[in-house]
Write a protein that binds this ligand. Structure first.
Ligand code: B16
Ligand code: MG
Length: 217
């Protein structure tokens, strides 16, 4: 049976993907090229600097390292400004009920996010009390699909990988779960999350009973 659930943050528990998009689009606007929501799909779950490289490739722009660091910081300042105003209303449907049920049933809860801004988001959304472990971009050195973020989370809650399940909206995150030797559930569409064991459109479709049932197969 599953003893720990590890959650990605952006796109799984909270709707912050729209703020990442707004900030990246603003940067593309300044640089003078088009950046669409479709382009933005490729940035999900990807680290900040890797995201910038993808964005610049969309605009066919080449820059030196120093300029890139400055642009990433600029984007982050806008993003931090957007998320500083967010609150619990931006928690995605079903998240709170599922976290509550996991807690009541004694299943450990860990965060496994690439974001260096995870604590700001968790604090603003009042989500901190649910977590037994919080691993984010400030505690890891290798980005997903490297399994580091989930391996550290499982260690902190002291559960073996085979009893852990990862909830992810990005293909890189599902791959990280597989490489960590964990089970996986995709949040989104089965067309994009092809490697996930099972896919739901949101956590509103999840319950502990359903989880244990899916994972017993
Ligand atoms: P930051 P997750 C990821 O968070 C986002 O999906 C991704 O779009 C972002 O670039 C990355 O965090 C880094 O975020 O710039 O705030 O450090 O999905 O792993 O929770
Ligand atoms: Mg995500």
């Amino acid at each position: 049976p599953i003893q720990a659930c590890l959650f990605d943050l952006d796109g799984v528990l909270v709707d912050t993907a729209k703020y990442h998009f707004l900030a990246w689009k603003r940067l593309a606007d300044e640089l003078g090229f088009e950046f669409t929501e479709n382009d933005n799909e490729r940035l999900k779950g990807v680290s900040r600097m890797a995201s910038l490289d993808i964005l610049l490739s969309v605009g066919n722009v080449q820059l030196d390292e120093e300029t890139k660091i400055a642009l990433a910081e600029k984007k982050n300042n806008w993003y931090v400004d957007y998320i500083s105003k967010m609150d619990a209303s931006e928690i995605l449907p079903g998240s709170l009920a599922f976290l509550q049920e996991l807690k009541e049933r004694g299943i450990k809860i860990a965060l496994g996010s690439a974001s260096k801004n995870a604590m700001t988001i968790l604090n603003n959304a009042n989500l901190v009390p649910y977590f037994d472990a919080i691993i984010d971009g400030t505690k890891t050195s290798n980005a997903k699909p490297d399994p580091e973020v989930f391996v550290l989370g499982a260690q902190e809650v002291q559960v073996d990988p085979e009893h852990c399940v990862v909830f992810e909206d990005a293909e890189a995150g599902i791959e990280a779960a597989i490489r960590a030797g964990m089970r996986s559930i995709g949040i989104g569409s089965a067309d994009t999350l092809t490697q996930a064991e099972y896919v739901v459109s949101s956590l509103a479709e999840m319950s502990v009973e359903k989880l244990q049932q899916i994972m017993s197969n």
